[in-house]
Design a protein around this ligand. Structure first.
Ligand code: 8YV
Length: 320
């Protein structure tokens, strides 16, 4: 009897076919009703699970007595109850590294778009409003040679620092739980407190994992420390930033703009952010290129197969 695998989100067709050739596959489909109920039932006799973007915890895995591995097609793992999975000896595998450069590219796309008002000026031009030379209302802020403050100098944060330092001659500051001397020296990056980074940076990029320490890390008080010409970029997790406080800061123009790829609740279909000309809003596409998503799901497939064949997956998450 072949092992059973639950696919809990949409994955690449080729990989799905490979799974179906190897395992008994059950796909979770929102069209078939409550997803959590489907996961609760399907995981009952499952050996493995693969997918992304779903909360998996004791509530919907409590019957998963045979489950050996959850292979996440993501680098972030804040939507999994890692402590519970470790306690049940269920491997949680993820896909770091393969998406680092793609996500760092998107961070800079947001930084530049927000700094130079690209989306709103594109709309302005296309609506025939360009009747004379662009003036102060169309002015953006400079990037080259400015100060880039990165919250979280992990792989993605370091890739963003590399772009700023080498590509835009930027002065790099960073804040993280501990100093990252070897990484920082590549970009002459200066370790500083969060408040110092917020008050000194022209561009603040949130690149930190979501965890108990980073949840709501950036609130009204922190936003008030930023300069009126400063730009906030978030490519990490929405819940690191107090979204209502950010909306107020943008409305009050106490910061120049924000470039956002993530939100407290996703998918985001209605928000005051959508009415703000100084908010650039993307739909969580940090890793969303065909090439990178293919690499992610191929790695997640390998992690799954390794685990189902009794080998510890290459990239396993351990509870802190
Ligand atoms: C999404 C991401 O997970 O890898 C992560 O942590 O945030 C993204 O790659 C991916 O888009 C699947 O939802």
């Amino acid at each position: 009897m072949s092992q059973k695998v639950v696919v809990f989100s949409q994955i690449d067709r080729e990989i799905l076919m490979k799974l179906e050739q190897r395992y008994q596959v059950v796909q979770i489909n929102p069209k078939n009703g409550d997803v959590n109920q489907q996961i609760l039932e399907a995981s009952r006799d499952a050996d493995g699970m693969i997918g992304a973007g779903r909360v998996l915890n004791e509530r919907n895995l409590k019957h998963a007595e045979k489950l050996k591995v959850i292979s996440s097609v993501s680098v972030g793992y804040d939507n999994y109850d890692v402590g519970y999975l470790n306690q049940k000896n269920i491997w949680l595998a993820h896909t770091p590294h393969v998406l680092t450069e793609t996500t760092a590219d998107l961070a800079f796309a947001l930084l530049m778009s927000a700094a130079r008002k690209v989306p709103s000026l594109d709309a302005w031009t296309k609506h025939g409003q360009w009747s004379r030379t662009a003036g102060p209302d169309q002015f953006g802020v400079d990037i080259y040679g400015k100060t880039l403050g990165i919250i979280g100098l992990g792989h993605i944060g370091a890739a963003i620092a590399r772009r700023g330092f080498h590509g835009f001659n930027m002065n790099v500051l960073y804040h993280s739980r501990r100093e990252k001397i070897e990484t920082a020296e590549q970009f002459k990056a200066e370790f500083c407190t969060l408040n110092e980074l917020l008050s000194r940076s022209d561009f603040v990029v949130v690149a930190v994992d979501l965890n108990a320490e980073s949840r709501a890390l950036i609130g009204a008080k922190e936003l008030q420390l930023m300069q009126p010409h400063a730009v906030l970029v978030n490519i990490a997790r929405g819940s690191v930033v107090d979204e209502q406080a950010l909306i107020q800061a943008l409305k009050n123009r106490s910061i120049f703009a924000a470039g956002l790829d993530v939100y407290e609740k996703e998918p985001l279909q209605q928000s005051e952010l959508f009415q703000l000309d100084n908010a650039v809003t993307l739909p969580h596409v940090g890793s969303a290129t065909a090439q990178t998503r293919k690499r992610m799901v191929e790695l997640a497939y390998k992690n799954l197969v390794d685990a189902l064949e009794g080998r510890q997956p290459q990239y396993c998450v351990k509870s802190a």
